[in-house]
Every structure is written in C-alpha cells, then in structure tokens.
Write a protein that binds this ligand. Structure first.
Ligand SMILES: *[C@@H]1O[C@H](CO)[C@@H](O)[C@H](O)[C@H]1NC(C)=O
Ligand SMILES: *[C@@H]1O[C@H](CO)[C@@H](O)[C@H](O)[C@H]1NC(C)=O
Length: 274
C-alpha cells in the first residue's frame, strides 16, 4: 500500500481554462482536436478510429469535472466516456459513459465503479435535459469517505467507503482522468440499432476542466490549498433527499436491484447505500 503524504501546496488551479497544459491525446491522432486558445477540446469517431485524451496528472482523491456537449444528431452505437482509472493491473475505475441514440431519442448515462479490477456495479440514468444541445457539467468527487457522481451539481449516485464492513473502496491507487469516444454494437437499445457510418464523424466537445485534487507525483500527494472544501465532503441530508428524487425519476438500471444477476445474494454494499 502506498503511503499518503499530503502537503498543502499552492500551485493548482481549480478550473483550468487552458486545456493544453492539462490534457494529452492517447489515441485517434488528429481526431483529438484542441482549439487554438486551448479552451475547448473535441473528440471524434469515424469508421477507422475513435479517439481519446487523458490528464497529464495522476490524482489520489479529488474533485474532477468537465463540461461536455455530446454528439449532436444521430449518435446511435457510439459511447462517449469520462472516467478515472488507475494504471496497475487490478485497477480501480470510476466511470461516466454516455450511450448514444438516434436523433431525438435519449442518451443513457451509464455509471460503474471498479475496485481492484472488479466491477459489476452499474447504474444507468436518463438525463433531465438533452445532453447534445448544450454543455453540462459532469463531476466525480472522490475522497476517503465517498465517491459522488453529479450532473450540473445535482448528485445522481453515491458509493460510500464501507471498508470496515468488507466492501472494497478505491483509495490506494492514484488515477488519471480519461475521456474517449468509440463505437459499440451493444450501446443503443441493447444492440438493436447500429452505428450509421454515413453520419460520421461523431464529435463530442469538452471545456472547463476542473481538477481540485491531490496530484500524485514522485510517490507523494500534493493537495490543492482548497482541499478542505472537498476532502471531507459528504452528501448532506438535503443532498440525500435530492439523490433519492433523482434516482426515483431517472434511474433505469440499478445492479443493487438485479436479483436475477446475483443469485447468491446482492453485493454487500447494496444494503449500505442507495
Ligand atoms: C434510445 O431510445 C430508445 C427509444 O426511446 C430507448 O428505449 C433507449 O433507452 C434509448 N437509449 C439507448 C442508449 O438505447
Ligand atoms: C443511414 O443514414 C442515411 C443518411 O441519413 C440513411 O439514408 C440510411 O437509411 C441510414 N441507414 C440506416 C440503416 O438507418
């Protein structure tokens, strides 16, 4: 296990307007496009390839967020992602994935959490707006107490640290932020609708990357001076209420309700969190 040395350090910006200093292409070549002033990134997908970027920094806890405008028009068969992932083999991962659809039909926001390589913790949602019409903020708060997924500041999912009760929690492996776009034959209506390549390229846009986080470098963690704002942040009572309302209205799949899939009993965290 890595030791956590946390220094308060005053070098880290909360929202970095210039994405050139934060993000770097991982695949897709010039399908990863930075605007000249560095304020926007676009990722596109065509028949030959998708594309992706990652953060230059690795983080051990933080609040990572970005404004994303999803593929306009027909995006059936496409998957756009925004996630944190550690590098080692039994990796940790915290996922937002946006499953595309034909024009006018809703995206599905798919979320998942991996701990030491194990996942099967999917929850899926419809959104209360059209995510291709405009930019919206998607954020992951990851601190020692909980992982909180929010959309435009509204919590949609929480995963609490219940290690004391035998539930694995990601906390030892630093993670990097990734975003990608690719095509998947299962993405839309469970595979009934395939990507229509005559509508390619499919392009998603990104701006305003926020990383209020502890940066992991040389086996040490350097935290932003504003760490206290998020380090101990947990969902307050009114947040719980909001979360419940949102889940009641918009959640379309919850692994914790899928008894058929877990015939020997639901995962232990299911009785401890919504
Ligand atoms: C696409 O639209 C159909 C019809 O409204 C809907 O059933 C489905 O959940 C939508 N999203 C995806 C990703 O399939
Ligand atoms: C793909 O899009 C083209 C152009 O809009 C359309 O003519 C064609 O019918 C579409 N193909 C399928 C399989 O929907």
């Amino acid at each position: 296990m890595k030791l956590l040395f946390c220094f308060l350090f005053f070098f880290y910006l909360q929202v970095n307007a210039d994405l050139r200093s934060e993000l770097v292409e991982v695949f897709g070549g010039n399908r990863f496009r930075l605007s000249e002033d560095g304020s926007q990134v676009q990722l596109s997908l065509d028949k030959e390839s998708g594309s992706g970027f990652k953060s230059k920094n690795e983080y051990l806890f933080g609040k990572l967020e970005m404004q994303i405008k999803l593929v306009p028009g027909d995006s059936a068969g496409t998957v756009t992602t925004f996630y944190l992932q550690s590098a080692a083999e039994n990796h940790d991962e915290i996922d937002f994935e946006f499953l595309g659809n034909v024009s006018g039909e809703p995206f599905i926001l798919h979320t998942n959490i991996y701990t030491k390589g194990k996942d099967k913790r999917e929850q899926q949602f419809y959104l209360w707006f059209d995510p291709r019409a405009d930019f919206h903020t998607y954020s992951i708060l990851w601190n020692p107490q909980q992982i909180l997924f929010s959309v435009d500041g509204i919590p949609i999912r929480v995963y609490r640290n219940a290690e004391a009760r035998g539930v694995p929690y990601p906390k030892d492996q630093p993670m990097r932020l990734f975003s990608t776009i690719w095509s998947a034959d299962w993405a839309t209506r469970g595979g009934l609708v395939q990507t229509n390549w005559s509508h390619a390229p499919f392009t998603a846009s990104y701006r305003k990357y926020g990383a209020d986080a502890c940066v992991w470098t040389n086996e040490q963690s350097f935290c932003s001076s504003s760490r206290e704002k998020w380090w101990n942040q947990v969902l307050a009572a009114d947040g719980e209420k909001k979360l419940e309302d949102i889940q009641k209205k918009y959640m379309i799949y919850n692994y914790c309700k899928d008894v058929k899939r877990f015939p020997r009993g639901l995962p232990p965290e299911c009785s401890l969190m919504s």
